[in-house]
Design a protein around this ligand. Structure first.
Ligand SMILES: Cc1cc2nc3c(=O)[nH]c(=O)nc-3n(C[C@H](O)[C@H](O)[C@H](O)COP(=O)(O)OP(=O)(O)OC[C@H]3O[C@@H](n4cnc5c(N)ncnc54)[C@H](O)[C@@H]3O)c2cc1C
Length: 524
């Protein structure tokens, strides 16, 4: 017999199958020997009260053995003789689009400007070590996209836009721990993601698809308002309908589309700084315990949203036990974000704290039309580079000093490997951002005692929170409004905001492309 029950236990009890069995036996009033297996199907931490609990949803197998499989694997058939479609970009949106095309019997030709995920790592190391940013291979560009060297948090609020569980199962099929299927806040970690991504790409190739690295799409070939293929920097031309999944950092793609008079929209995004505390302090605050997280709890997370002068200010991409990384995708930019390994074991916890901004906040940029937000983003990243000393060193300030408009005399250690330099961020951040950030830190400090401390620092600039441009598409067909056969996809097109939502959008675009082509003869 199989039963599902929910129990609320201490972190220590949750860590031991024997303890769980004992609790279950007493709750069901059965002998412990009758329980043949216990499978955790959902796990979440409840740290709202002083005493921290773990909620477990369990499948209990009573006098019956546990089924072997934890999830169903997808069988990808050979499509080497099938009609082809082009996927530009090998981030989560592009990868999942390509895999879905294979499932649906189409041969994906994936074109990626960056290097494969292993070679790419050498380029990301160069940013910290030698201040060299390779504009084609960095934290934003290359196999796996922006999601490869990231935190690998896999939760999304856009659950209605696709099958989250399927995306997680595919990650498991290629090597992710099945813990991601049960945790309320699933997380893979930057040490595990590259291997998983590599195996997904190998699947695409084994099934008969193609993946071309170091191949940048430079132009869409459009005839009679219909996409016929792409031109690339290698001179190769690829023919087919196009899923355009180039991410939010490919400014040359937005400029190229603008020049080709393809309809775009300026899109609001969020901008701010990354704040870093010791992970022990965050554990103390979030777990209400001066001892910190103890032996059985993971590094604590937080998630803040406050309002300031009519705009949301919120924590973004929080990385417990993580590090801050330099994610510039070109010279003359300093941009930060965070990542963490699977054990979330670093002594720091960081998060973006960002302010929503909209085109109306930037009247001086109106002349740039659809690219106004992108131009502002570009300018503030360059200003940050100047303030940091024209290297990848990032300008930083102690948190309380920032709130009090005081330049920091010195700075605490930070995880940011390219180095930090003291800078009066309060003097040069645009006022509509600075005042809201200061107000938000005061509000957060009141709510979470200990957060507003001068042992914490803020580092500029957190500006790649989402796309500054939307590549418009039809809600139903997902095709571009004016250009047939062009499927703007993922975060760069403005339809996703994280690994899972980008992956789901990739699947949806693949489905839309195949559905449209099944209606139109000789479409592919
Ligand atoms: C450091 C960091 C940490 C992050 N942490 C998380 C996290 O923990 N959880 C989460 O959900 N999200 C996280 N994100 C965000 C997440 O990575 C993105 O939302 C996601 O990767 C978007 O997927 P995408 O496929 O739409 O675009 P991208 O991942 O940006 O992929 C776009 C790809 O297109 C390629 N490309 C661009 N232009 C061209 C061209 N002209 N020709 C060919 N190829 C091109 C790029 O090289 C890139 O590989 C993080 C991002 C960063 C930078």
């Amino acid at each position: 017999m199989q039963k599902e029950i929910i129990i609320k236990v201490s972190p220590k009890e949750a860590s031991s199958t024997e303890s769980i069995k004992q609790i279950v036996a007493s709750q069901l009033d059965i002998q412990i020997s009758e329980i043949k297996a216990v499978r955790i199907v959902k796990r979440s931490i409840d740290a709202r009260q002083r005493k921290v609990f773990v909620n477990l949803t369990l499948n209990i197998y009573i006098e019956e053995s546990e089924p072997e499989t934890k999830f169903e694997e997808i069988e990808y058939k050979n499509i080497s003789e099938a009609p082809q479609a082009i996927v530009v970009g090998c981030g989560p949106a592009g990868l999942f689009a390509a895999l879905r095309l294979i499932e649906l019997g189409i041969r994906p030709i994936v074109v990626e400007r960056g290097k494969n995920v292993r070679d790419r790592k050498k380029d990301t190391a160069q940013v910290s070590k030698n201040n060299v940013v390779n504009p084609e291979s960095n934290y934003c560009f290359g196999e796996g996209g922006a999601g490869a060297y990231s935190d690998g948090k896999l939760y999304t609020r856009s659950k209605k836009r696709g099958n989250v569980d399927k995306i997680l199962r595919i990650f498991c099929q290629y090597g992710a721990s099945t813990d991601i299927l049960i945790d309320a806040h699933p997380h893979i970690g930057t040490d595990k993601l590259p291997g998983i991504i590599e195996r997904m790409r190998m699947q695409i190739e084994e099934s008969g698809g193609e993946v071309h690295f170091e191949t940048r799409m430079d132009k869409l070939i459009i005839k009679n308002n219909s996409v016929e293929g792409i031109e690339t920097n290698t001179g190769k031309i690829f023919v087919g309908k196009v899923i355009l999944a180039t991410g939010h950092s490919a400014r040359d793609v937005y400029s190229m589309l603008h020049e080709q008079k393809i309809k775009l929209e300026a899109k609001g995004f969020a901008i701010g700084v990354r704040v870093e505390h010791s992970s022990h302090l965050i554990d103390q605050i979030q777990y209400h315990n001066p001892e910190g997280r103890g032996e059985y709890l993971p590094a604590a997370e937080y998630n803040f949203v406050v309002q300031s002068a009519g705009r949301g200010v919120y924590s973004f991409c929080m990385c417990p036990g993580g590090v801050i990384v330099p994610i510039a995708s070109n010279e003359k930019q300093v941009v930060v974000n965070g990542m963490s390994a699977s054990n979330r074991g670093s002594k720091w916890s960081n998060s973006g704290i960002v302010v929503e901004i909209h085109p109306e906040d930037l009247p001086d940029y109106a002349k740039y039309e659809e690219l106004c937000m992108m131009k502002f983003q570009e300018d503030i990243e360059e200003l940050t580079w100047v303030k940091g000393g024209k290297t990848q060193t990032a300008p930083a300030q102690r948190l309380v000093d920032f709130v009090k408009n005081k330049k920091s005399d010195d700075l605490p250690n930070s995880s940011y490997s390219a180095g930090i330099v003291s800078s009066a961020l309060h003097e040069w951040l645009p006022e509509f951002i600075r005042t809201r950030l200061q107000d938000a830190f005061l509000q957060i400090g009141k709510r979470y005692k200990g957060f507003l401390t001068n042992d914490a620092i803020i580092i500029a600039i957190e500006s790649r929170t989402s796309s500054p441009v939307r590549i418009t598409r039809d809600r139903e067909s997902l095709e571009h409004f004016e250009i047939r056969g062009l499927y703007p996809c993922g975060e760069g097109a403005g339809y996703a905001g994280g690994i899972v939502s980008a992956a789901m959008d990739g699947e949806r675009c693949a489905e839309a492309l195949v559905e449209r082509c099944s209606m139109v003869s000789s479409c592919l």
